[in-house]
Design a binder for this molecule. Structure first.
Ligand SMILES: C[C@@H](N)C(=O)N[C@H](C)C(=O)O
Ligand SMILES: [Zn+2]
Length: 235
């Protein structure tokens, strides 16, 4: 089913995909999806559109004004549609497995229920140019933070966790000091990314984008002004 942000028109600007200067950031290595067997062929997950790389550097500079030796940790960036397909299929299997069900024995209703869960987290791997998966545009990035010791800053849930805890405001009303810290950490990440022009996925604390349909939709929602996306699918 089409999501509201997918109705945003795309006016492709043809800005190139460029490598992320990984030496300036922290990086999850090996790459999590390559480790699961995703094939990138002649592509690399460590690419983004040129202005998105620039904005990510601005966000890290902002972060380091407050926390001088913290860095942004890159989990994932550019994702070909074939990899998006691989990940939704992988997640389908995982969900079936954790529910104790065998994929070959699933009823149509069970399949549909599992797909609904998968698509709560993942975008549909559509090849229709009007509905590109966000990461296939080179404008979306999944990130977290590392502290001065190089340790992951605790956000209270793992990236790609299929649960309520992935919601950015999951811990907002918590009275427990530890949970309040998680929310505080998510806010540090959000504020530096937002100050650099990114929008955050409404259901995922780690997913940010700039210039794609979701970004345009969320920006428009804030300013009540029709905005188009400037980045469509990269072929
Ligand atoms: C699941 C997560 N890594 C992600 O990227 N989600 C968005 C919505 C996507 O699939 O584009
Ligand atoms: Zn993402």
């Amino acid at each position: 089913m089409e999501k509201p942000y997918q109705q945003v028109p795309i006016l492709e600007c043809h800005e190139p995909l460029v490598p992320i200067p990984l030496e300036k950031f922290a990086v999850v290595s090996p790459h999590p999806y390559q480790q699961l067997g995703a094939i990138y062929s002649d592509r690399s997950p460590y690419y983004l559109r040129q202005s998105v790389v620039s904005a990510l550097l601005v966000a890290q500079t902002q972060l380091q004004k407050q926390y001088p030796s913290w860095r942004i940790l890159i989990f994932d960036a550019y994702r070909p549609v074939a990899v998006q397909q691989f990940m939704v299929d992988y997640t389908f299997q995982q969900v079936a497995c954790t529910t104790g069900l065998q994929v070959s024995n699933l009823s149509a209703t069970q399949r549909q229920e599992i797909w609904e869960q998968v698509y709560q987290l993942w975008a549909v791997p559509s090849l229709d140019k009007r509905y590109p998966p966000p990461h296939s545009t080179g404008a979306a990035v999944d990130i977290t933070l590392v502290n001065s010791m190089g340790e992951n800053v605790n956000m209270g849930s793992a990236i790609d966790e299929l649960s309520e805890r992935s919601h950015p405001n999951y811990y907002v009303n918590s009275t427990c000091a530890e949970a309040q810290q998680y929310h505080h950490h998510r806010q540090i990440l959000f504020k530096v990314m937002h100050s650099a022009g990114f929008q955050r996925h409404p259901s995922e604390w780690w997913h940010f984008s700039l210039g794609d349909q979701m970004w345009a939709y969320l920006t428009q929602a804030n300013f009540n002004d029709p905005i188009v996306a400037r980045y469509g699918r990269v072929d």
